[in-house]
Write a protein that binds this ligand. Structure first.
Ligand SMILES: [Zn+2]
Ligand SMILES: [Zn+2]
Ligand SMILES: [Zn+2]
Length: 134
């Protein structure tokens, strides 16, 4: 198993570790649900989270030097931060997916919500690309 990165938890006493494992280890661990690591009891769950660029809010663009301008996660427009945003929520990723693939996603949400259809599409893509060893 390989440690990929550490995530902060809402609870300051806890943190999350994201690991990569072989399909075999993955299935064994998931069946157990709990694993003892040194003296800590850890609980496990599958981690699937698409990377969204914190600068332009697009998926799959993880470089801060990416080609896209910084956009507001609330309304998808350039030139201001979310804290200064006075616009209605307008998801940049759903807008672009609608435009590119002629879809009809609702766009009246921010780019950061988990109910975002474009986000969920990314999750499905990740699952289909993940090697579960089946
Ligand atoms: Zn970006
Ligand atoms: Zn805005
Ligand atoms: Zn969306």
């Amino acid at each position: 198993m390989k440690v990929l990165f550490k995530l902060k938890s809402k609870n300051a006493k806890k943190c999350h570790w994201v690991l990569e494992s072989s399909p075999k280890t993955f299935h064994t661990l998931l069946r157990k649900k709990k694993v003892f690591f040194e003296w800590h009891r850890l609980s496990l769950r599958e981690f699937i989270r698409p990377t969204r660029c914190y600068k332009c809010n697009r998926f799959g663009d993880i470089s801060p030097k990416g080609p896209n301008e910084e956009t507001c996660p609330n309304c998808g427009q350039e030139g201001h931060k979310k804290t200064d945003c006075e616009n209605e929520a307008n998801c940049i990723n759903c807008n672009e997916a609608n435009f590119k693939f002629k879809l009809g996603h609702s766009v009246d949400h921010t780019a950061t919500v988990q109910s975002c259809p474009a986000y969920n599409h990314q999750v499905e893509q990740l699952i289909s690309k993940t090697d579960y060893g089946r």
